[in-house]
Write a protein that binds this ligand. Structure first.
Ligand code: ADP
Length: 468
């Protein structure tokens, strides 16, 4: 429990435990755990004599869709304690921090969640979804950026109207400063001012990655990446350069589109990036009091069924969506109470909740249990877990430091690793690996797939110290 209980001299442990017990009645529906166990309660100050209680609830994201509910309930449950006269709750969000930061370019280090919006084909409304999702998240209180990764036909410049339509360079650092419109930071080739370039695949990849990684994004809760359409090398490299938290797939209802989407889902699944939602765009339109389905029905729901993606959002054909796309003002910003904004609100809530869940899972997937001197690995999507002996994990390092890259010769010898070695720190790296820091300063990158293959601890060590 991370609660810092800086109680005043007058308070007793009893009063503090009263308050924490009361607050633990509030359950975070996303994590299925109470807010005290989640570590949300910070700066608890109690003055029992005057009946004053103050604390801060630090949520995982400023866009938390139920932050008002948390605030109100926290007030209520503490106020009913018999000795409490005054409750002062403040709300805050965790500072932006990526799932792993050390290996990332400096400009990306303060981004909490990177969400790819992807489609297999052009013209299905991917950019429309990316842009409106970004503006919805800003409306929910988050700090947001959009990276338009389409080199050939960047659509961001027609969808937003920033005053400054050229990206600026920081000449000293050689970094790019995003432009901004209605509170969203924006980077697109369309703002690079060099006209359309004719490039071949590998060059395109290089340019995209450079633009993305040299940008000074600053603190962001969500970076929305409007992916280039398709699932080829360009997309694959992009996904490997940045640690994506989650992906949203955009499709249209045709049967053929379904096959395309399947490709996208597979690509992300290979990269261990969960697809959290499917948007079925242009699903229908209403005219003369009737609903028409010009492209047929149901490819989105097939994707949901087949791949177990839990959330499907239908976006109808709307002249306003197309018009707002061209006018430079995203529809959700132009008409925040409209039907389209409501659909995006639901998508926004889904993205916020799913990202929070993924981060939670990832950060507890591999941990060190000091009492039994074992590394605990949770099996994804199940309650199962297994234990590994730290020395075995260290001996299985496959990096250039341990194994010669060219000859495959084992450089790290069995006896180089003390039997009782213990990790100093274990941190997630994106969704697919952990970085383990050892006492000699070595930082081992261990992909989950590799951990799954390592010989497991069957006889769990007793929690007793080894004899001297
Ligand atoms: P993509 O990024 O997949 O190439 P865009 O988002 O650029 O697709 O959309 C292509 C065109 O279709 C744009 O002119 C856009 O305004 C329009 N459009 C997208 N979705 C809708 C919709 N639901 N209703 C009407 N027009 C739409």
């Amino acid at each position: 429990m991370e609660c810092t209980a800086g109680a005043s001299a007058l308070s007793t442990g009893m009063a503090e435990s009263d308050v924490l017990k009361a607050l633990s009645q509030i359950i975070d529906p996303d994590f299925g755990t109470d807010i005290v166990s989640c570590g949300f309660v910070k700066d608890l100050h109690i003055n029992e004599a005057s009946g004053e209680v103050s604390f801060r609830l630090e949520l995982t994201t400023p866009a938390c869709p139920i932050k008002d509910m948390f605030e109100q309930k926290a007030n209520e449950v503490v106020a009913v304690l018999p000795w409490v006269k005054n409750v002062h709750v403040t709300m805050s969000a965790q500072p932006a921090r990526p799932i792993f930061s050390e290996q990332l370019p400096a400009g990306l280090q303060k981004i909490s969640n990177i969400v790819a919006v992807s489609s297999c084909k052009g013209g299905v409304g991917k950019s429309t979804v990316a842009v409106n999702l970004a503006y919805t998240l800003v409306g929910m209180g988050a700090r947001v950026g959009i990276f338009d990764a389409d080199v050939y036909g960047p659509s961001l410049p027609t969808m937003v109207s920033p005053e400054n339509r050229l990206l600026e360079m920081n000449p000293e650092k050689g970094t790019i400063i995003p432009t901004e419109y209605l509170g969203v930071k924006l980077v697109s080739f369309g703002f690079a001012g060099q006209g359309r370039a004719i490039m071949r695949g590998p060059m395109v990849s290089g340019v995209i990655n450079q633009l993305l990684t040299t940008t000074e994004w600053g603190e962001l809760d969500y970076l929305i990446v409007d992916m280039p359409p398709g699932t080829g090398d360009i997309q694959l490299t992009l996904c490997q350069v940045v640690p994506l938290t989650a992906a949203v797939i955009v499709t249209t209802p045709q049967k053929l589109a379904f096959i395309d989407v399947a490709k996208g889902v597979r690509m992300f699944s290979k990269l261990k990036v969960p697809c959290v939602a499917v948007v079925e765009n242009m699903s229908h339109f209403d005219a003369d009091g009737k609903r028409y389905y010009p492209f047929g029905r149901g490819s989105g729901s097939q994707v949901v069924q087949q791949f177990g993606i839990p959330h499907l959002f239908d976006l109808p054909i709307r002249p306003t969506l197309s018009a707002s796309g061209d006018s430079g003002m995203p529809e959700v910003a132009a008409d925040p109470q409209g039907e389209v904004a409501k659909t995006f609100q639901n998508l926004g809530v889904c993205v916020v909740q799913q990202c929070a869940k993924i981060r939670q899972q990832v950060s507890t997937a591999v941990t060190y249990d000091k009492s039994i001197k074992a590394i605990r690995v949770k099996v994804p999507d199940s309650d199962e877990e297994f234990l590994l002996h730290p020395a075995t994990v260290r001996r299985n390092d496959r990096s250039a430091q341990s194994v010669d890259e060219w000859t495959g010769e084992q450089k790290l010898q069995y006896t180089d690793v003390p039997e009782d070695i213990e990790p100093e720190d274990i941190r997630p790296m994106g969704n697919y690996a952990v970085s383990i820091t050892w006492p000699d300063g070595f930082s081992q990158i261990a992909p989950y797939d590799q951990l799954q293959m390592i010989e497991r601890l069957v006889d769990v060590p007793k929690p007793t110290p080894t004899p001297a």
